[in-house]
Write a protein of this length. Structure first.
Length: 207
């Protein structure tokens, strides 16, 4: 069973915490993580882009010059793609970019992401994160003590208004919750700062 150090908000190690084998010692499946990240990024796209083809552009009904005798190429209307104000070749149309991923693959990708980050030493478990007030300097001090100043992802068991407000102005830190945690955010973060309560919730869901 893997273990990792347990820290307090001052950055001092106060013990160890045992981690679930099923979640933090799972086989790392790169293909599953890749598919889930693709699905996540595709879901961010609106899919509302649109352009007109030559059949949809207004005008161009009259033949621009006679078929023969001019020495020029043969053309019908002036709304073909090679003309100014003409239609677009293979014009983009509204579409759905969603990539459906099976539930088992999503769970496998989550376990793989958590395992890989633990193996890289990028998971920091904190006993709790509590702030007296939602001040940016307080959260910045905590992140510096935990050595997580670069692209930190703070995982909370639930919404804590003070922590969310204090983190909002930090360019290199974000907050998320156990129920919104996803593979892309885990892999994109420099350090994963997770509270002990949030860690237990993650293990309950994915173990």
């Amino acid at each position: 069973m893997p273990k990792t150090a347990l820290y307090n908000m001052e950055g001092s190690a106060i013990g160890e915490v045992e981690l679930s084998d099923a979640v933090f010692a799972a086989p790392v499946n790169v293909a599953a993580m890749h598919l889930v990240v693709r699905s996540y990024l595709a879901a961010q796209r609106q899919g509302t882009q649109s352009a007109r083809t030559r059949g949809e552009v207004r005008g161009g009904g009259r033949k621009i010059y006679r078929q023969k005798g001019t020495g020029n190429a043969r053309h019908h209307g002036n709304r073909a793609p090679q003309f100014a104000h003409g239609g677009v070749v293979f014009a983009p149309k509204p579409r759905d970019y969603v990539i459906n991923v099976p539930r088992k693959v999503r769970r496998l990708a989550m376990k793989s992401a958590l395992t890989s980050r633990l193996q890289d030493g990028d998971i920091i478990v904190v006993d709790e994160i509590r702030l007296a007030e939602g001040k940016t300097r307080l959260m910045a001090k905590t992140m510096a003590a935990l050595k997580a100043e670069k692209k930190a992802l703070v995982v909370l068991p639930g919404r804590d208004e003070n922590v969310v407000r204090a983190t909002a102005n930090l360019a290199e830190a974000r907050t998320t919750y156990v129920n919104t945690l996803n593979v892309y955010d885990i892999l994109n973060a420099g350090k994963l700062v997770i509270t002990k309560a949030a860690l237990q919730s993650v293990e309950e869901v994915y173990a």
